[in-house]
Design a protein around this ligand. Structure first.
Ligand code: PLP
Length: 313
């Protein structure tokens, strides 16, 4: 069928009631307001808009299941703690996303995003004084999956490997809505003809991509930078570690120097339960294997029970 015949893919935007969610009784269904994407509005006083002051999580929905959503909500709570934001408990957020997906109907493949901002800036004279958090869920059924094979570049990130500990106000490792620098890095790698990038610290250590975690396979070992270097603890990386251990590979969090990217047997970039095989870095071809990347992405869709049991352990 032509795209005209199937029509536009469904897209859902839902506003939740923060006050209700902060005190939602167990088993209750949260109230949601589904808004028309064309006319949906966010307050001009919202700190998420004015300062990027908020946090979020995003994942892939596959056959109705938001993949690794428990890991995402654990990270959301960590981001909230780092940003000193009091958000609803995880059980209430699970009830919220369950209801969002129920209202969406049958979803084969989509991106689910949950955003929580600090609400209205009450230092502005006209802002509502009691506006709590803004909580918005978005479901995009028209988004394309990540490409399985890519080229990347390395980009300097002007922090050291211990900056996250020394300067916690940088919020390194929190998934905040302030993604302006991540998007600037994306424009830079695109300008250089690549499809992703890896940030390197001033002292020469591998961090993460602007929207991805990086994992290396070196012989029978699978390694990734320790989150304490000031990166997100990737949910896809945790799922990949489940695959690796079930396949008989050893896994570890380590300090990884930049040179190891070029000598690894495989460099993977990943996010939202999808894995990409890197074929070149800074224009230099590296060893890679696209079939395994595709196999791991499939594993993340089909072996949920094994993954959830492994990541919960
Ligand atoms: N690092 C950053 C900065 C990200 O934005 C993302 C999001 O996709 C990731 C890593 C990968 O995280 P996850 O695998 O949990 O989607």
């Amino acid at each position: 069928a032509s795209p005209e015949a199937t029509g536009p893919k469904p897209f859902g935007i839902f506003f939740a009631d923060a006050t209700e969610l902060l005190a939602l009784p167990a088993g209750a269904t949260p109230t949601l307001t589904r808004v028309d994407p064309e006319t949906a509005t966010v307050s001009v006083f919202d700190l998420g808009l004015i300062r990027g002051d908020g946090i979020f999580e995003a994942t892939t929905v596959w056959k109705g299941t938001p993949l690794a959503w428990g890991l995402h909500l654990t990270r959301l709570q960590k981001s909230a703690q780092m940003a000193e934001l009091e958000i609803p408990p995880t059980e209430a957020l699970v009830a919220l996303t369950d209801e969002v997906l129920a209202q969406m109907g049958e979803v084969e493949y989509a991106q689910l995003k949950l955003m929580i901002t600090r609400g209205a800036d009450d230092s502005l004279s006209a802002a509502p004084k009691d506006a709590p958090l803004s909580i918005i869920a978005m479901v995009d059924c028209g988004k394309e999956p990540r490409e399985p094979e890519i080229e990347i570049v390395t980009l300097d990130r002007e922090v050291n490997k211990d900056s996250a500990q020394k300067a916690p106000w940088l919020l390194l490792g929190a998934k905040t809505l302030s993604y302006a620098t991540n998007m600037a890095a994306k424009r830079e790698y695109e300008r250089r003809g690549a499809q992703n990038a890896v940030f390197i610290t001033l002292d020469g250590y591998v961090m993460e991509g602007p929207q991805s975690t990086v994992v290396l396979r070196e012989g029978g070992r699978v390694v990734t930078p320790h989150p304490s270097i000031g990166i997100l603890h990737g949910t896809t990386q945790q799922e990949l570690f489940a695959w690796a251990e079930l396949t008989g590979l050893e896994t570890a969090y380590e300090e990884i120097t930049k040179d190891r990217l070029f000598t690894a047997d495989q460099v993977w970039m990943m996010g939202a339960s999808s894995v990409q095989s890197v074929r070149a870095i800074d224009g230099k071809p590296i060893t890679h294997d696209i079939d395994t990347a595709i196999e791991i992405s499939e594993f993340m869709k089909t072996e949920r029970e094994a993954i959830d049991a492994w990541t919960a352990a």
